[in-house]
Design a protein around this ligand. Structure first.
Ligand code: SF4
Ligand code: SF4
Ligand code: SF4
Length: 235
């Protein structure tokens, strides 16, 4: 949902949900299941427990992002996350402008957090990527703004250097797989997706199948890790 289309009613509703949850004993006390989803959060997001505890669902980060990437989590069964910020790369990618972080009044997003320059990591989806199937597509490699974060192997297939990738989402946004492949409900739409580094998907090595991606979009039991060395951005 674009920022501009957020209605006053939606903003009030999101705030009300946060108030109800906060009054119900504190968001940080929410009991977590082993299959808790690992959402892709904006730069500077605290780990999931701290983000849920600190975020007051005010939607200021949603309104601050110039590219409408930051969206409030919708009303789902994962109730404690409703109204917290999630990144969607449908209309753009993150250039780390930090406007969402600057707009956050609670510290749920912080310039000091390890995620301030590392949103997540891109995972190639082997049964959805055109290059893994037929070959010839180099769009993600050509557009990635981080030197050597994604390269082609000897078969012309893209591979992500997970230490260099910062999860900006440009590859996911521009991947043309949905327009080049026949619709197949069994595979992901795009040939590449950015996932949270706190997710099991991030911990799996190399490319994933669509089924592996779906099964592993959950929080890694031992917690996530962040890359320590970043490549130079050339945009
Ligand atoms: S850093 Fe900028 S571009 Fe990235 S999510 Fe925040 S506001 Fe949007
Ligand atoms: S842009 Fe998409 S389809 Fe093309 S090589 Fe990259 S992941 Fe595969
Ligand atoms: S998420 Fe960004 S840095 Fe990572 S491979 Fe994709 S375009 Fe490159």
């Amino acid at each position: 949902m674009p920022t501009g289309s957020l209605t006053r009613r939606q903003l009030v509703a999101a705030g009300a949900v946060g108030a109800v949850l906060a009054g119900a004993g504190g968001l940080g006390l929410w009991a977590r299941g082993t299959a808790q989803a690992a959402y892709l959060r904006p730069p500077g997001a605290q780990d999931e427990a701290h983000l849920l505890a600190r975020c007051d669902r005010c939607q200021r980060c949603v309104q601050a992002c110039p590219y409408d990437l930051v969206q409030p989590r919708p009303l789902t069964l994962d109730f404690p996350t409703v109204g917290t910020p999630e990144l969607l790369f449908k209309n753009g990618y993150c250039d780390f402008c930090m406007k969402c972080v600057e707009a956050c009044p609670t510290g749920a997003l912080s310039a000091d957090a390890p995620t301030a320059d590392d949103i997540g990591v891109a995972k190639v989806i082997s049964d959805a990527c055109v290059a893994w199937d037929w070959g010839g597509c180099t769009v993600c490699v050509d557009r990635c703004p981080v030197d050597s974060a994604i390269t082609l192997d000897e078969h012309g297939r893209p591979h992500v250097d997970e230490g260099l990738c910062d999860g900006c989402g440009l590859c996911e946004m521009v991947c043309p797989a949905p327009s080049l492949r026949a619709y197949n409900a069994a595979t992901a739409e795009k040939g590449i997706y950015v996932v949270s580094r706190q997710s099991e998907a991030a911990a799996l090595p190399g490319a994933l199948t669509s089924a592996e991606l779906e099964a592993a979009r959950t929080v890694l039991a031992a917690g996530g890790s962040h890359a320590t060395e970043k490549g130079g951005r050339h945009e």
